[in-house]
Design a protein around this ligand. Sequence first.
Ligand code: NAD
Length: 275
Amino acid sequence: MDSRIFPGGTGSTGATSATGATAARSPAADLAGRKALVTGAASGIGRACARAFAEAGAHVYVVDLAGEAAERVAAEVGGTALVVDLSVAEAVEGLPADADIVVNNAGLQHVAPIHDFPPERFTLIQRVMVEAPFRIVRRTLPAMYERGWGRIVNISSVHGLRASPFKSAYVTAKHALEGFSKVTALEGAAHGVTSNCVNPGYVRTPLVENQIAAQALAHGISAADVVEDIMLDRTAIKRLIEPEEVAAAALWLCGPASGYVTGASLPLDGGWTAH
Ligand code: NAD
């Protein structure tokens, strides 16, 4: 039995109290010897995940379309850069199948009303954000089942739980990812594999910075008003969330305290879905 599965197991460097609770100074997870495949790891949340998982001891496969940035992140975290276009099925099928942890994170946005939404853009978003996660999980599950341990973390969104106008492809893809994550959880449970989603509100990353201008155009308002009136309108906490906060939640889902958490969706949304 893997001692890292339980709080206070010998794999933990933290002190354990009489009640079995691990002291606050323990790392969120001890991933020494693990391989973590993180998609979209060249930027934003994916890069923060690559850093957090490497710091916890994992070897990270830095998967991204952006070659130079992926190489930079891989060099920084001592991982392996894999330059892949996740919209191409054959390329996805060439990714390593030996990861203990998969973080399905790569994504893109397109903001337009449905009647103007380019169908090829809709298809691209489903390929990268739904089909690629399916193919990656399908390829990596057999080795996880063999080892009796695996962790799938799907970087969903508050838009996996709620809709917004002008984001038909993105909201569709994230809701699909939520369903896929739950099915993975049900099938994986008997094999020591958990699957969960994390659901951030607006995160301070290039994806959001690019969106501000697009939203301003779609809604016919200023960029400042997009942040104030649209992005933060539905959150109780009036700030963007940082990529590192999302990575910390993803890491926790791979750690000793969360073995019973599966098929769940963890809102990191400043209270958005409390409405
Ligand atoms: P980002 O734009 O900073 O990073 C996305 C990465 O995905 C980029 O490095 C990009 O090159 C890569 N990528 C895009 N298309 C690809 C493809 N076809 N093949 C390989 N790589 C590809 O974005 P981010 O904000 O860090 O978003 C990461 C994930 O978090 C996305 O799934 C996004 O939907 C989700 N998310 C973001 C926010 C936010 O506010 N930023 C909120 C909720 C959820």
